[in-house]
Design a protein around this ligand. Structure first.
Ligand code: AMP
Length: 396
């Protein structure tokens, strides 16, 4: 890797400022509902603890504008304590006298968690004064927050100016795993795109056209493409103002010789509800029915393409997988990818928050080559953009 990593840096006895991405979903009781982002940072934290460093953790949670009592980091600290099996001292601010005092008293092997960075407007504004206040808390800086590295915020890009900045173990894994598909994917490269909206994925679609041999499109976004081809889609998800975009992407793909496979049949429901009536429809979708998952013939076509792939990228579930009745397509896609990895030695990356959640839910995450912790950051990486948080790391 061209950037410094935590393994290149001396952390023993040092105050190590670690930017993590603990922007975890919380349940109705305010407890962490999915701790995969915390788990992803454990190798970095254990490395620092094994080397007798002092850990000062920084993260944001949600999108507060100023202090928001519901977005304090106490539930995050509690979950981290359980996972790392050590006390985690959570502070009530991220800079200021209380923080300075706690940091000065730190001993080797201790963990402090600063309060939600976004309570301070300097974070999102990338204020130099705020970055400097954070920087003086530590002696070295580690960025393990891949999921936040597309944001030019103070804790992501501002600290590299003042401290040596290294990639944490999770960040390194992300850059190497995703980098392999961006730089030199072994061919054939098959991409499965799904999720709710075309509008979120236009740029990535465009950049993938130059690299992938086949695009398999499912999920809510498929219906805008089908509409662009003149097909009836009933009450399925439609972004009417993006029909033209979908049309242009299909035309460009045809010109470039990229195969685009759209759903030929669908699981349709009369409402998006666990008690909905469901049936399979081929081709046009009837009025009053909503496409909620890919149908069996589509799945077969997808499976066949996935089985022949050497490189695979999956972003976006192909159905409303949160409802078990509509999850079969996404689960079968995950299984087909796992099989391609096991049998065909394909390199498969699963990216995007919801897709990662889906493979964890299906118990198939371990069988993927890499499951990315990022959402927007993963997509921007695939668009070929330089992520500000990666650029800000110290070069080797
Ligand atoms: P994204 O974050 O763009 O990957 O979108 C993920 C969301 O897309 C999930 O919450 C799915 O429920 C949703 N989704 C998948 N298939 C459909 C569909 N056919 N109609 C509406 N939403 C869908």
């Amino acid at each position: 890797m061209a950037k410094l990593t935590i393994h290149d840096m001396k952390v023993s006895g040092k105050r190590v400022l670690v930017r993590v991405d603990y922007n975890c979903p919380l349940d109705d009781a305010g407890k962490v509902a999915d701790d995969s982002r915390i788990r992803a940072t454990l190798p970095t934290l254990r490395h620092i603890l094994d080397n007798k460093g002092k850990i000062i953790l920084m993260t944001h949670l949600g999108r507060p504008k100023g202090v928001d009592e519901k977005l304090r980091l106490d539930p995050i600290a509690q979950r981290l304590e359980q996972l790392i099996e050590r006390p985690v001292k959570k502070l009530n601010d991220c800079v200021g006298p209380e923080v300075d005092k706690a940091v000065n008293k730190m001993k080797e092997g201790e963990i402090l968690l600063l309060e939600n960075l976004r309570f301070n407007p300097g974070e999102e504004a990338n204020e130099d004064a705020f970055a400097r206040k954070l920087a003086i808390l530590g002696e070295v800086y580690v960025n393990d927050a891949f999921g936040a590295s597309h944001r030019a915020h103070a804790s992501v890009v501002g600290l590299g100016k003042y401290l040596k900045a290294a990639a944490g173990a999770c960040m390194k894994k992300e850059i190497e795993g995703l980098g392999k598909l961006v730089e030199s994917p072994e061919k054939p490269f098959v991409v499965i795109l799904g999720g709710a909206k075309v509008s979120d994925k236009i740029t990535v679609l465009d950049s993938l056209l130059g690299r992938a041999a086949t695009l398999l499109i499912g999920g809510g976004m498929a219906y805008t493409f089908l509409k662009a081809k003149g097909q009836a889609i009933g009450g399925s998800k439609l972004e009417a103002d993006h029909i033209g975009t979908a049309h242009a992407i299909l035309e460009k793909a045809a010109k470039m010789g990229v195969e685009v496979v759209l759903p030929i049949d669908h699981l349709v429901a009369d409402k998006i509800d666990p008690k909905a009536r469901i049936r399979i429809e081929t081709g046009a979708i009837s009025d009053g029915w909503i496409g909620v998952d890919i149908g069996p013939k589509t799945l077969q076509a997808f499976e066949q393409k996935i089985a022949g792939a050497k490189s695979i990228l999956w972003n976006g579930p192909v159905g409303i997988f949160e409802n078990p009745k509509f999850a079969m397509g996404s689960q079968a896609v995950a299984k087909a990818i796992a099989k391609a990895v096991a049998v065909n030695k394909a390199f498969a990356v699963v990216g995007g928050g919801d897709t990662a959640a889906a493979v964890y839910k299906f118990g198939l995450a371990e069988q993927m080559s890499h499951v990315s912790t990022g959402g927007g950051a993963t997509l921007e990486f695939f668009e070929g953009k330089d992520l500000p948080g990666v650029a800000a790391l110290t070069n080797r």
